[in-house]
Design a protein around this ligand. Structure first.
Ligand code: NAD
Ligand code: ZN
Length: 273
């Protein structure tokens, strides 16, 4: 199904990073100073105490930086590279591991703009492009390694160590010196509209949706594969457990992404249409 599809939307969730050891919010490892994410990942928490919120994000960056992309990320990255303009990756993860997997492959930077990138140019901010400049990973919930200025709105990569010793040492905008905030979607906030619009545009025109490691409960991300389905496309799911989508999927492969994806995507040649 995937090989014969002209356009594939890939949607990933926390499950694809589980084998990399990225801590989940819920697990004991995900808790910080006994505070729940709901108490920290909100605009109110940041207004009240930006120092504490940045300290938490600094800690999360360190945890994730110590993790590596797993064979699932790697198989997906090289498959996306082979398919070029025939696939789009949208992720709910904020860990940046898809980008790192693409970087590890050393995909060439001068690959030129692909068909899809030009099709939606103007829709996606340039800052969302990966290092190759030619593939955009749609980070629906933002990234731990990006920041946005609370004053002038600048947004871009931000991988620096966070010094949360005091309010004065917090990350500042290099353009206007305003306070930066993590460019992640917090509770009660909207998803980045242009990124979501691009993902939906893809979902509606895709022949297949490959859904990996997501419980498919959090909307609007969970609606993406349904858009593909309603327009006559098929859903292929990879998950260790059944999900809300399982009954709608043409194929549901039960197993860890790090094992299933290399088998699924490494199989045979991807025909070019
Ligand atoms: P979720 O926690 O709701 O669901 C994870 C899914 O992955 C489950 O269906 C589970 O059965 C499956 N899974 C677990 N291990 C797997 C494996 N090895 N292979 C394949 N599937 C596996 O996650 P979600 O659907 O992404 O939604 C949760 C929300 O939490 C999102 O908003 C996301 O932004 C956020 N979050 C992100 C990260 C991250 O960036 N890595 C981590 C935790 C939470
Ligand atoms: Zn600024």
């Amino acid at each position: 199904m995937l090989a014969s599809a002209d356009r594939v939307l890939v949607l990933t969730g926390a499950g694809i990073s589980a084998e990399s050891g990225v801590p989940t919010f819920r697990g004991a490892q995900g808790l910080w100073n006994d505070l729940r994410p709901e108490e920290l990942a909100t605009p109110e928490a940041f207004r009240r105490d930006p120092r504490q919120v940045w300290e938490w994000y600094g800690w999360r960056r360190e945890l994730v930086a110590a993790c590596r992309p797993n064979p699932g990320h790697t198989a997906l990255a090289s498959w996306l590279d082979e398919r070029a303009s025939g696939a789009c990756l949208a992720t709910q993860n904020v860990d940046g591991l898809h980008t790192r997997a693409a970087e590890d492959l050393g995909a060439v930077a001068d690959a030129g703009p692909d068909e899809w990138a030009s099709e939606v140019s103007g829709t996606i901010p340039d800052t969302q492009r990966d290092h190759t400049g030619h593939r955009t990973i749609l980070e629906l919930h933002g990234s731990l390694f990006r920041a946005r200025c609370t004053r002038c709105g600048w947004e871009g990569p931000h991988r620096d160590l966070v010094n949360a010793a005091s309010r004065d040492t917090l990350p500042a905008c290099r353009h206007c010196k305003g306070l930066l905030r993590p460019a992640v979607v917090w509770y009660g906030e909207m998803l980045p509209p242009r990124v979501v619009a691009a993902a939906f545009q893809w979902a509606r025109s895709a022949d297949a949706a490959l859904v990996v490691g997501t419980s498919a409960l959090v909307h609007p991300a969970a609606s993406l594969p349904l858009e593909t389905l309603y327009r006559g496309g098929t859903i292929v799911e990879v998950n260790v457990e059944p999900t809300e989508l399982t009954d709608r999927a043409a194929v549901s492969l039960r197993g860890p992404a790090g094992t299933v994806l290399p088998l699924l995507l490494g199989m045979g040649e991807t025909p070019r249409v």
